[in-house]
Structures are given as C-alpha cells and as structure tokens.
Write a protein that binds this ligand. Structure first.
Ligand code: PGA
Length: 219
C-alpha cells in the first residue's frame, strides 16, 4: 500500500512572531513539496500560522474537552486556533514513560513500544486520523540515532502490532514516522526504510534550509 510521506516539524518551546519568516523561507524553498508537511509551532503561534503555506498542528492536548486545568489546552481549542493535527504523548510531555537507553541496551525496546501502542492508540483509530511516531528518547536532540536495522525492526514491529489490532488494510495505511535527530544528512537513508513513512523533526525543523532538505529527501 502506497503511503504518502509526512514530514512534521515539532518546534517545541521555540518561536516568536518573527519566526513567520522561517515558514516563508520554507515555502520559498519547497513551493511544491513531494510529501505532506506539517508545522507544530508553540500554541501561541498557531492562529498566526494557520491559513499559511503549510498546515499547522498543536504539540499536546489535554484529554478533557474543558475544565480546571490551568495552562493546558483542549483539542477543540487547538482546532479553533487553526490546527488540523496534534502531537500526543511526546516523551517530553511524559518524561517518565519514554524508552530509555538502558532499556534499549537491555533489549526491552519492543516490550516498551508495544505497551505504549496498546495504551495510547484508541479503538476507533483510522489511517486518516492517526499517525504513529517512534522516537527513542535517547535519540531526541542528541545527534545520535539508532541503526537503520534497529529502526526497521521497530517499525516492522509497530506495523505488525497495528495489523493484529486493526487488520492488515488499516494498519497498512497508517503512517509511521521516525523521530530523533533527523537531519539533512541522515533523512534520505531513514526514509528509504520500508516502514518509515516520514519523520517528526525537532531541532532541524527550526531552520528553513535544513527542514527543506529533509522534505526534499522524503520526495
Ligand atoms: P530532534 O527532536 O529532531 O531535535 O531530535 C525530535 C522530537 O522530539 O520530536
């Protein structure tokens, strides 16, 4: 099943009004991207970037639709500000639950990823509404990535798990992103892995030239 690649930029806690220039530079560098592109700026910039050259997404949302949760945002609020997607469960939002390097060294990666998938993907998930990103916490912002065969193994595992839960057709259409130190130098190789359907990019999404090179590699 052909899956269109998705390259999503997670700006984390970076960006001010002036950062609109980064989006403009990116649009100039890739006027007709050969993959889907999503920018997840801080929530303060969502409304400003919405309706621009790329769809925008939030970086997290509260599970409740409203209530006494100071500082949190509901999915509907993000949508109201123009977001068409939201990252949920990023390891930086739940520092205790990531896959640590010690667990990886102990061979526990698949156990950990399997449990996270089970706990986080809802029963009514569809390929149109769900994208899964595998991001080893030790690779985030460190410049270190797993080997190609390690990424391939985890992504195949995720695909198989989704398949046993949702059936081969739905699982075959769900996009699986890799995230953690993706940069212009390693993107092409990572995108060549069969079950890698794009990337969730942090640091390199803040520089238009680097992000554009990653988008080009997904083409
Ligand atoms: P990084 O971050 O690309 O800076 O490693 C990825 C992420 O945390 O989504």
């Amino acid at each position: 099943m052909a899956r269109r690649k998705l390259v999503a930029g997670n700006w984390k806690m970076n960006g001010l009004a002036a950062s609109a220039a980064v989006v403009d530079d990116l649009a100039a560098a890739c006027p007709v991207p050969g993959c889907d592109v999503l920018i997840c700026p801080p929530a303060t910039l969502l409304a400003r970037f919405a309706g621009g050259p790329f769809p925008v997404g939030g970086q997290d949302c509260h599970p409740e639709p409203a209530g006494a949760h100071t500082g949190d945002l509901a999915a509907e609020m993000l949508a109201d500000a123009g977001a068409s997607a939201v990252i949920v469960g990023h390891s930086e939002r739940r520092a205790d639950h990531g896959e640590t390097e010690a667990e990886r060294d102990a061979g526990l990666t698949l156990d950990r990823v399997g449990a996270q998938l089970e706990d986080s993907v809802p029963e009514d998930a569809t390929a149109e509404r769900l994208v899964v990103a595998y991001e080893p916490v030790w690779a985030i912002g460190t410049g270190r990535t797993p080997s190609i065969s390690e990424i391939a193994q985890v992504h195949e595992f995720i695909r198989n798990r989704l398949s046993s839960r949702f059936g081969a057709e739905t699982a075959g259409a769900i996009r699986l992103l890799y995230g953690g130190s993706v940069n212009p130098g390693n993107a092409e190789q990572i995108f060549s892995i069969g079950n890698v359907d794009g990337a969730l990019v942090g640091g390199a999404s803040l520089k238009a030239a680097d992000f554009a090179a990653i988008i080009a590699a997904a083409d």
